[in-house]
Design a binder for this molecule. Structure first.
Ligand code: FAD
Length: 759
């Protein structure tokens, strides 16, 4: 357990004791809680180092808009950020922007949406991602979302000119509630992502907002971690400020802390602790709790310590400090039914194996924090591996693990992975069920098929125990020791049996144990062998501090806490991934914080701005949804259930017809001796396959028959490269800016096809 985590568990325990004591004292003696009981200095003893009207804790996707909106509304603003620079998770994110309710981009593409439709989609009982959402929270987000989106564009954020798409409608096998296209993409071409060293586009959200904040006079206190919120009394009175401690980032082997990119308006400070007074409000925008084991196992006991490869780390952590600080002064948690989701964005398979931080496209050596990243892993070739647990057994159907993030069919693999092993580690007859680390086992043949360099620096993290290599499977099993499960040893015999049995399944074309089909392709029999960390990682925090529609924090008795607000992943209310929701919550809280009355309560109006469609909102008496939406000219919801099903069936028939056509043309191609296939597994979304037609030693056609690259960026890039390759008769092309990974993978696949063709 790390010191930070230990500190939190001690804190929680003492909080619990404090609460018990105070409740007992209040009930038994009728007395008030005193400052000393909650370890707070008496207010008059606090020496304030800084002050502002609105103090925003955390300068990420929700904190930046919260600060800017409060500034717009005339408040002075101080942002307190634990990291060496702003951005949090958004700075390393992909910048896929999910926003609805009638945004300018939706209007441009004639997508009919409204606040009401967004609200309905995100509260509907038939979608797992909607049914547990807090109605007041969603109503407020729905009302402000389009307005926030347009405001964000006015403040320097740019989006690509692509049609907003439906992310993964639950009816089509996905898990999002959305029934209309709401996902756009950020255009980050003006900004370099020095954090990841890649073109991760989320930087195109944080940098413009940060720049505007600097220009408009906000102050930033970087390298300070908020540890405590000051309130007049533990369960009573107003929030008056925060305490924060110095938290510089110093890379291994260095002595100087890292610096931020922008510095105008930054406070230069290195004192160990500072006290910051908030005249009007404190906004908690600390980004959630997935990095805190004690916190997350309170809500789901399966989320144990071994899941240590959180998305966003090692750039920024989600240490639950916002939640704990708020709970310590009486805040409740909200929407807890949303906390875990094994489909969608909460728990996910890493896209890179053999490294601790394998979520997403990963990091390159150009990242300013590369010494913390250590290794980037390899993009797995699922046709060439099995996934085993700490004992050395397969625990599920690897086909499901290989599915895209939003596919609900992955659920059974995760459920199995998180509890699928039963052992008796003490040998005392008390068997335990547990999840534990997962390992991808593969052989040298897989390495050669994929052209990986398993010994190159920065590829696999052998040093910290996230990758192992040995000549035999038995030796490999003996090496696989995991720091979180040192008492469980991988049994050499079990691992060897698992692989032998799997090889038989491949030979027979039938997986008797788990029904694997799609990826049942290659045997594993040629040493050396590898065991690579393939453990699920956590991505989003989907529940947190309870708030009302103004994002004002609610205490455990259902009362608003004066002058305290919470936003983004630190707030509970709505299970929906990413930027649209968190940025809108920031906008709402900034507006609300600037509006507090003399008692610290928000007076801002959360109803729909009449400029945005659906102004007859909050119609509580309507019960016929179809009529309600059709009255507003919205066709999507006027369909009955069976009409919608019929539409989906038609769509399925069409796709089946298309698939049959594809298969026919594929078999024709297979028989043609002038068509050559090339494959790369290193695309941003994994595999890219190209079919190259050659006549008279000339490339005459290039078809991309399989790819999962990012819509609008990666896809356009590889299509453009295919054209260029034909024009130039070469695969040696310049990468397309913004899509380096996709470009390189496309050229790799084409090169392989050209090799086959003898070109
Ligand atoms: C790799 C990756 C890819 C993603 N891709 C997408 C995508 O394509 N589309 C999408 O919509 N979403 C994406 N997301 C999710 C999205 O980035 C997050 O939902 C969003 O950034 C959360 O916003 P937030 O403000 O709640 O937290 P953050 O953006 O993480 O900001 C929290 C900030 O608070 C700071 N902080 C924490 N504790 C303290 C403290 N005690 N004191 C002071 N400061 C503190 C942190 O350092 C951080 O800077 C992605 C996330 C990751 C990690």
């Amino acid at each position: 357990m790390t010191d930070k985590k230990r500190k939190h568990s001690v804190k929680v325990f003492s909080l619990f004791l404090t609460l018990v004591l105070i409740l007992f004292t209040n009930t038994a003696c009728g007395s008030e809680a005193t400052d000393s009981e909650v370890n707070q200095p008496a207010n008059e003893d606090i020496e304030w180092d800084y002050e502002a009207d609105v103090v925003v804790v955390g300068a990420g996707a929700s904190g930046l808009p919260a600060a800017l909106k409060a500034l717009d509304e005339g408040s002075s603003v101080l942002l307190v950020e634990a990291n060496f620079d702003t951005g949090g998770h958004v700075a390393v994110s992909e910048g896929q922007f999910h926003s609805g309710g009638g945004t300018v981009d939706q209007e441009k593409w004639d997508i009919e949406d409204s606040a009401d439709l967004y609200y309905y989609d995100h509260t509907r009982g038939t979608s797992i991602n909607s049914r547990y959402n807090d109605r007041e929270y969603v109503r407020s987000i729905a009302n402000a979302m389009a307005e926030t989106y347009d405001w964000m564009l006015d403040n320097g954020v740019k989006t690509l000119d692509v049609e907003p798409m439906v992310r993964a409608y639950y009816r089509d096998g996905g898990n999002d509630g959305d029934s209309v296209g709401r996902m756009t993409y950020v255009d980050a071409s003006d900004w370099e992502n020095t954090y990841t060293g890649t073109e991760a586009a989320g930087i195109g959200v944080s940098r413009p907002l940060e720049q505007t904040l600097h220009e408009e006079g906000a102050e930033f206190l970087l390298n300070y971690h908020m540890d405590k919120i000051y309130r007049e009394d533990i369960f009573d009175g107003e929030v008056i400020g925060i305490q924060a401690s110095y938290s510089p980032t110093i890379l291994p082997g260095e002595t100087e802390p890292l610096d931020s990119l922008m510095s105008e308006g930054n406070i230069e400070e290195t004192k160990e602790n500072v006290n910051i007074k908030a005249n009007n409000a404190v906004i908690i925008a600390t980004g959630g709790s997935t990095g805190n084991v004690e916190f997350r196992t309170m809500l789901d006991p399966r989320l144990e310590e071994y899941m240590d490869g959180l998305a966003g780390m090692p750039f920024s952590d989600q240490d639950a400090s916002g939640e704990y600080a708020a709970m310590e002064i009486g805040a409740a948690l909200g929407s807890l039914g949303n906390y875990t989701s094994v489909v969608g964005a909460n728990i996910t398979a890493p896209q890179r194996f053999g490294t601790q931080y394998g979520y997403g496209r990963g990091w390159t050596e150009d990242s300013v924090i590369w010494p913390l990243v250590r290794a980037n892993g390899i993009v797995p070739d699922y046709d060439s591996l099995v996934i085993v647990n700490m004992v050395g057994e397969r625990i599920g159907n690897e086909d499901q693990y290989a599915l895209p993030q939003m596919d609900t069919a992955r659920e059974s693999f995760f459920d199995q992975a998180l509890t699928g092993t039963v052992i008796d580690p003490e040998g005392d007859g008390n068997a335990e069920t547990y999840g534990g680390p997962l390992w991808a086992i593969m052989d040298q043949a897989a390495v050669e098929r994929n052209g990986w360099d398993m010994d190159a620096e920065g590829v696999l993290d052998y040093e910290e125990g996230y990758a192992f290599k040995a000549d035999t499977l038995e030796e490999l099993a003996e090496m696989v020791i995991n720091k979180y499960h040192e008492d469980i040893e991988m049994d050499p015999e079990i691992l060897a049996d698992t692989i032998a049995r799997y090889n038989e399944f491949v030979e027979n074309g039938h997986d008797e144990d788990w029904g694997r089909e799609e990826t049942l392709v290659h045997t594993i029999e040629e040493g050396p062998y590898y065991a690579l960390w393939a453990t699920p990682s956590m991505h989003d925090t989907l529940a947190g501090i309870r708030v009302d529609g103004n994002m004002q924090v609610i205490d455990i008795y259902g009362q608003k806490i004066p002058r305290l607000f919470a936003v983004g992943e630190a707030s509970g209310g709505m299970r929906v991934h990413g930027l649209g929701r968190v940025m809108t919550s920031g906008y709402i809280a900034g507006r609300a914080a600037a509006s507090v009355d003399e008692n610290g309560f928000a007076t801002a109006d959360t109803s729909l701005n009449p400029e945005y469609e659906g102004s007859e909102t909050n119609d509580l008496t309507k019960t016929n949804k179809a009529e309600y939406f059709s009255d507003r000219g919205l066709s999507q919801e006027t369909m009955t259930h069976s009409e919608k099903e019929a539409e989906i069936e038609e769509w399925e028939q069409d796709s089946k017809g298309q698939q049959d056509e594809d298969e026919t043309s594929e078999s024709e191609n297979e028989t043609g001796d002038n068509v050559f296939i090339g494959q790369s597994n290193d695309g941003f979304g994994g595999r890219i396959i190209v079919e190259l037609t050659v006549e008279d030693n000339q490339m005459t056609d290039i078809q991309i028959t399989e790819q999962s690259e990012t819509v609008g960026i990666g896809v356009e890039a590889i299509e453009e490269l295919a054209k260029q390759a034909l024009e130039e008769q070469s695969a040696d092309l310049d990468v397309i800016s913004g899509a380096t990974v996709s470009s390189d993978a496309f050229m790799d696949a084409l090169n392989k096809a050209m090799d086959e063709a003898g070109l």
